[in-house]
Design a protein around this ligand. Structure first.
Ligand code: RB5
Length: 142
């Protein structure tokens, strides 16, 4: 599975820690590449393009809280960005929502918490069925 990662300055440090932890995954790093102030919508846009063009199967997005970059990513049709604020939510974001972008807060979550949530998400299966009907409705929205 090809996984891409991107962050603004509020998520830069967490992004670097995740790249280090998951170094065998060879994450595609879409930036930002320094701690200088940038705008989170630009990184959500880069991620949406890569996912929607099929260049990555899953994305990880990080800003300070995870809120701004979630709002931005979910403006792109076909993106299902989920802010994983607990392990239970990480499991449900796969089972029910089949999220294709996992979102975290660099200033609100620890590296260990985020790693557990990513691992939980990846170990969980999408349930389909009634959930697929709901995902289809999302894609039919303007
Ligand atoms: C940047 O200072 C901060 O606003 C951003 O990282 C994010 O938390 C927005 O939701």
């Amino acid at each position: 599975m090809k996984i891409a990662i991107a962050a603004d300055h509020g998520g830069f440090e967490l992004k670097e820690s995740l790249k280090q932890h998951y170094k065998e995954w060879n994450l595609t790093d879409l930036g930002t590449y320094a701690a200088d102030s940038v705008d989170y919508p630009d990184y959500a846009a880069k991620m949406a393009k890569v996912i929607l063009q099929g260049e990555a199967d899953l994305g990880i997005l990080i800003c300070g809280t995870g809120v701004g970059i979630s709002i931005a990513a979910n403006r792109y049709k076909g993106i299902r960005a989920a802010l994983l604020y607990s392990e239970e939510v990480a499991r449900l974001a796969k089972q029910h929502n089949n999220a294709n972008v996992l979102v975290f807060g660099g200033r609100t979550m620890s590296v260990d918490e985020v790693i557990k949530r990513i691992d939980t998400f990846l170990q969980t299966a999408y349930e389909g069925g009634r959930h697929q009907r709901r995902l289809d409705k999302l894609d039919s929205m303007e």
